[in-house]
Design a protein around this ligand. Sequence first.
Ligand code: SF4
Length: 225
Amino acid sequence: MYYPVHEMFHSWQGEGDHLGKSAFFVRLFGCPVHCPWCDSAGTWHPDYIPENVNRIDADAIADTASAAKPEFVVITGGEPTIHNLSPLTKALKKRGLKCHLETSGAFEIKGTFDWITLSPKWQSAPLEASLEMADEFKLIVEEENSVEKWIETLGKWVDGRSIWLHPEWSKREESRILKAITEFVKNNGVPFRAGLQAHKYYRADLLDPNSAKPSPLGGDPRLGF
Ligand code: SF4
């Protein structure tokens, strides 16, 4: 099976329970969710949609990942689960590689994963089956009351699994957002964790020449992106 690959690069996992570990990223193209602050603008912003997206065979992707010798492979996007990921995870596992997934949970997950990070989005609610399969959650805190709203929405799915609270990247220096996360973690403890996208501070992904050029954050919902 062939996949539309936006970029593939070796870096380290900058978020969540596996923070700081060597990881090979496979970023697939496309996402129908259209979050206005998505930092993967190449998948949705009209000015950053690439002219060509390479379609690469599962075995060729797995060979490239294997050559990098990472601790695990992260399949991300865009929204990777709009594709059938079974052939890709099968090819990666054949080479002894662990497979991690980053998803909004809004689409059926096809494939065998060792770790699933689910970051739900208001624009497209996560499926119950995806919520059950997730190993950790990542909530994007864009307003001071974002965490409370998400906790109410997730309901019974708030259990022992880590729930990482990340400031929406363009608001990472807004003290009201950072304070809201800090107070929530102080008041509630486990399973809530204050987090951020540490790899961006290191510019770690950019050190691999195969990573895509960074694109600006934020869209204009009035214009439909
Ligand atoms: S679901 Fe993820 S990839 Fe899709 S637009 Fe939102 S943040 Fe971007």
